[in-house]
Write a protein that binds this ligand. Structure first.
Ligand SMILES: Cc1cc2nc3c(=O)[nH]c(=O)nc-3n(C[C@H](O)[C@H](O)[C@H](O)COP(=O)(O)OP(=O)(O)OC[C@H]3O[C@@H](n4cnc5c(N)ncnc54)[C@H](O)[C@@H]3O)c2cc1C
Length: 466
């Protein structure tokens, strides 16, 4: 999820301060009327299984262990982190999953990085747009961005007046008369960068009413030069994580749960916290079934398909001062938004982002075919004689069996309230749900996943304290 290209620094609608930033084992500091009281948080007893060792699962597990619960994490992959996936394919750490801490001010992920001594680096926002073989003058690029912005606003206003008919963004743009932004290559580029790559899906799958409007943290965007997986590894320290443990079924009653894994093992506990990505959560056999409202919310929400291509070169051939450059052409390039990672990793590396049609191209073709096409498009659209890359990597999050997509989206028919419903526990009070798709304020993000892990842990603590 890249920062938006066309907007000034976003304003947060809510400031969050980290409870527990000052770690006092088992104690909470309450400040009031000039006196500092220390309220002892009761320790809880009980066995908890957490399914999934992504940021949500690890956060929930840490909090629960800190309060005295016995916690086992079952993780299908051979590694922790889930959609935090720092790879070394290019000889330097490159994040093929999440890469930005989105807004440093008040962001619990920024606080976590600080707590574990993980370095962050603020990324710039300056950009250049190339069109059909040449760099577009800044004034023309600005005009194209403004056209895209106006079209989106017009379509949104128009859609507000169409009661009971939530349309996709593409349909709303066309039917509102703002469809010209889809055919002008430069403004279409802006729509791809600011809508498709930001919300992780083609505009044909995003609700005009609901695709947007989540809360955001203020402050600059930052990457982690050593990679996001550092945070997952730090959180996993000292936790009991069983990797290669794919959960296939959960049986639950008011007195406990049985969690079945693919190898035939049955794990028993008082409660379970499920943190699977939305498509896998939907498909998981849970007996008795989750309530109808929960299932309906899970089916209304969607999963995005953002993907990345990473390229390393012998030498930098792009402008050092630009944070990113865009490729606009009458036939839209498969990967049209390229970020300059050289200031972050210290080597000539660029990472391209793509969702929707471009992403599908990555999913169904092998690396050689993808690299041949993106290199051809880079040369044609920039007009630069781009040398061949020395190392490459391609992500395929939809084909990934333990993710089946990038992050949750709101297609037509879904609403923000669906995130809350998805996070509601079972009627038996023993199945709890976390993960980015359950955070109502900041879904689709690392900080949303982290918050959901804390929320679910608090729910479990209340349950075990009974
Ligand atoms: C390409 C891409 C770019 C992104 N960019 C950003 C960004 O810049 N900033 C940002 O804030 N967010 C970004 N995100 C979103 C962010 O990565 C996610 O919201 C967040 O990491 C999700 O964490 P989670 O714990 O909810 O899920 P996950 O990390 O997916 O964790 C769930 C875990 O469950 C495991 N699992 C699945 N099925 C089973 C099973 N049956 N049994 C056992 N285990 C199972 C999975 O292997 C996984 O480890 C991006 C995501 C992608 C894919």
């Amino acid at each position: 999820m890249p920062p938006r290209v066309l907007e000034p620094e976003s304003e947060s609608t809510r400031r969050e301060f980290l409870g527990g930033a000052v770690a006092l084992a088992g104690a909470a500091v309450i400040v009031g009327s000039g006196l500092t009281k220390v309220a002892i948080q009761p320790r809880v007893r009980g066995q908890v299984i957490v399914v999934g060792a992504g940021i949500a699962g690890l956060t929930a597990a840490r909090k629960l262990v800190g309060r005295g619960a016995t916690v086992k994490i079952l993780e299908a992959r051979g590694r922790v982190g889930g959609r935090l996936d720092t790879r070394d394919t290019l000889g330097v750490p490159v994040d093929m999953g999440a890469s930005w801490i989105e807004g440093l001010r008040g962001n619990p992920v920024a606080a976590l990085a600080k707590q574990y001594g993980v370095a962050t680096k603020i990324t710039g926002e300056s950009n250049a747009l190339y069109l059909n073989g040449a760099r577009l003058a800044a004034s023309k690029a600005e005009r194209a961005y403004a056209l895209a912005d106006r079209a989106l606003r017009a379509a949104s206003r128009w859609a507000e007046r169409v009661p009971d008919n939530d349309l996709s963004i593409v349909n709303a743009l066309r039917r509102s008369g703002a469809g010209a932004a889809l055919t002008d290559p430069a403004s279409f580029w802006a729509l791809r960068a600011n809508v498709e790559n930001e919300y992780g899906s083609g505009m044909n799958r995003l609700s005009m009413w609901w695709y947007d409007g989540d809360s955001e943290f203020a402050g600059p965007q930052a990457m982690l030069p050593g990679g996001y997986s550092q945070l997952a590894s730090a959180l996993a320290q000292g936790l009991q994580v069983e990797t290669g443990a794919a959960v296939t079924r959960v049986d639950h009653g008011s007195s406990g749960v049985e969690v079945h894994t693919r190898d035939g093992a049955v794990h028993r506990a008082d409660v379970v916290v499920l943190t699977l990505p939305l498509p896998l959560l939907r498909r998981l056999k849970i007996t008795p079934r989750m309530p109808r409202a929960w299932r309906a919310a899970a089916n209304r929400l969607g999963m995005g398909d953002l993907n990345k291509v990473a390229l390393r070169f012998d030498d930098r051939w792009w402008n050092e001062s630009e944070a990113l450059f865009g490729l606009a052409a009458s036939t839209a390039p498969a990967v049209a938004e390229w970020w300059n990672l050289a200031p972050v990793v210290g080597q000539p590396v660029i990472v391209g982002l793509t969702a929707g049609t471009g992403s599908r191209f990555l999913e169904v073709n092998d690396d050689d075919a993808v690299i041949a096409v993106v290199m051809n498009q880079l040369r044609q659209v920039t007009g630069i004689d781009v040398p061949p890359p020395t190392r490459t990597d391609v992500s395929r999050w939809v084909g990934d069996p333990w993710s089946r997509g990038s992050y949750s989206i709101r297609p037509p028919g879904s609403t923000r309230a669906d995130h809350r419903r998805l996070g509601e526990p079972s009627r038996t009070g023993t199945v709890f749900i976390a993960g980015e798709a359950t955070d109502v304020k900041y879904p689709s993000t690392v900080h949303g996943a982290l918050r959901s892990g804390r929320r679910a842990a608090n729910e479990v603590i209340s349950r075990l304290a009974r």
